[in-house]
Design a protein around this ligand. Structure first.
Ligand code: F0G
Length: 470
């Protein structure tokens, strides 16, 4: 059901529907709380959806991280765990899967993505260096800053415009990047921080042409490229769908080609790879690998488990293989687009084009009367929960945090509320319920007031901050 998909199931207008390439074998009951219980729960949570208890949530679209459903093959892998402290057979399976599907030489397992971000940042960043990248991600940038670096955004301008229909809004602006290189000097740039389907931009992809151009530019200045491969599989789907010359190619071959233009990658396997916890760092350069392999024993665990159980590494190796299947990726992304197109058809402002893992509601346009200093995206997440028990996440000024130099709020151009879809978990009917709830809040938007922050933790404040209604 690509771009012009029908508004409801069954309205197929001369074409045949797709369906998910799986059937449901086990279910987990969910219940909706009463409006009074929801009000008590969100007040108790300080109007922060991260602080809600999951049993108070009806449909949980907080994140697609660690929330996907494993297959029967992955669950059977969980019984094949080799729980040896050192040299677990499951580690070698994982290493083989990363090499085969992502193409890198050396693999270091980590407990999740930020574990790998920590290692690569500590291995490569010195005090005072600059790390250019295609828009920040919260944990990624923090690890770069804690290691002494400064992140500089070099994504194309279209990424900051929710209405721009650019097909590859995740692209690096190569001119902006070259300007940064010339300003600070190539030796002051340890690597480019490149992300597939840029999360904070709305799940927007990077084209193959862009990564090729980036490789050429970086080769001229001898700069390395490290990839945040967290949602790279979903990125490859957009290349397959939209980029000239790549239409007949498999996701598997696109993934290998894309990664081949980079020097290494970190991964939160909790997303694309269909496991509840896990990550890795992969590197081609043997010297950098040795540093990372040494650091992992300090922060994560021995280099053949890195904070994971043997069974978890087995499920992850299987998940990687399942994640690159073309029919899986297509139905995954199309479910996200089904929700997005439904909202757009009711003139609810969302980031366009709809991205790979989530629908991002443009909270600035949704609540034009709430200034950004009163957290419109946080407000929308709270209102949505109050309306229907649907949990979403703020991706705006609370997530952006404060500038480490000035201590002021960073006001990002994008002030978004993210409806994030776990993989293989919810049905189209759940998407209809979510869409109708967003519509109900939209219809009552004029009477909604903003929030004030009453508690602010030092790091990654959005996770634990508390708010009050104004
Ligand atoms: N990179 C990206 C692009 C991410 O989206 C995340 C996590 C990470 C790195 C860090 O990985 O959570 O395994 O430590 N994103 C989650 C989200 C939290 O909800 O978008 P992690």
């Amino acid at each position: 059901m690509s771009k012009d998909q029908p508004k409801t199931m069954g309205q197929q207008f001369g074409r045949r529907s797709w369906a998910e390439p799986w059937k449901i074998k086990m279910v987990e009951p969910i219940r909706i709380k009463t409006p009074e219980q929801r009000l008590a729960a969100i007040e108790e949570a300080g109007y922060n959806t991260f602080l809600l208890r999951s049993e108070d949530v009806y449909i949980d679209l907080l994140t697609d991280s660690g929330t996907s459903a494993m297959s029967d093959r992955q669950w059977s892998g969980m019984l094949a765990g080799d729980e040896a402290y050192a040299g677990s057979r499951n580690f070698y399976r994982l290493e083989q899967a990363v090499r085969r599907y992502y193409g890198y030489r050396f693999v270091v397992p980590t407990h999740q993505g930020r574990g790998a971000e920590h290692l690569i940042s500590q291995a490569l960043i010195r005090e005072g260096v600059t790390i250019p990248g295609n828009m920040y991600f919260t944990t990624t940038r923090l690890h770069q800053e804690l290691a002494g670096g400064t992140f500089v955004d070099v994504i194309i301008d279209e990424a900051h415009d929710p209405q721009s229909q650019h097909p590859f809004k995740g692209n690096v602006d190569l001119q902006k990047l070259e300007q940064v290189i010339l300003e600070v000097g190539p030796e002051q740039i340890p690597y480019i921080s490149l992300a597939g389907t840029v999360n904070m931009a709305g799940g927007q992809p990077v084209s193959m042409a862009n990564v090729k151009g980036l490789r050429e530019l970086c080769d001229r200045y001898s700069i390395k490229i490290y990839l945040d491969a967290t949602r790279m599989v979903e990125n490859c789907f957009f290349i397959q769908e939209r980029e000239e010359g790549y239409r007949g190619r498999t996701i598997e071959s696109l993934l290998l080609e894309f990664c081949s233009y980079t020097d290494g990658a970190w991964m939160s396997a909790k997303k694309d790879s269909l496991v509840n916890i896990g990550g890795w760092l992969a590197i081609n350069d043997e010297e950098v690998f040795e540093i990372a392999r040494n650091l992992v024993v300090v922060y994560e665990g021995l280099h053949t488990y890195g904070g994971l159980a043997g069974r978890g590494m087995e499920a992850l190796a299987i998940g990687i293989e399942e994640s690159v299947a073309d029919d899986h990726v297509r139905t995954r992304v199309d479910q996200v687009r089904y929700l997005g197109n439904l909202l757009a058809s009711w003139d609810i402002p969302i980031v366009q084009p709809v991205g790979g893992h989530a629908v991002f509601v443009d909270a600035k346009s949704f609540f034009p009367h709430i200034p950004q200093s009163q957290f419109p995206a946080q407000t929308l997440a709270a209102e949505l929960y109050l309306d229907s028990g649907v949990r979403s996440m703020e991706r705006g000024v609370a997530s952006a945090g404060r500038d480490p130099e000035t201590g002021e709020h960073r006001y990002p151009k994008l002030e978004l509320t993210r409806l994030t879809i776990p993989r293989r978990v919810y049905t189209q009917a759940h998407m209809d319920v979510v869409a109708e709830s967003v519509k109900a809040v939209f219809e009552g938007r004029d009477s909604v007031r903003g929030l004030r922050m009453v508690y602010e933790p030092r790091y990654l404040r959005f996770f634990q901050a508390r708010f009050e209604r104004i």
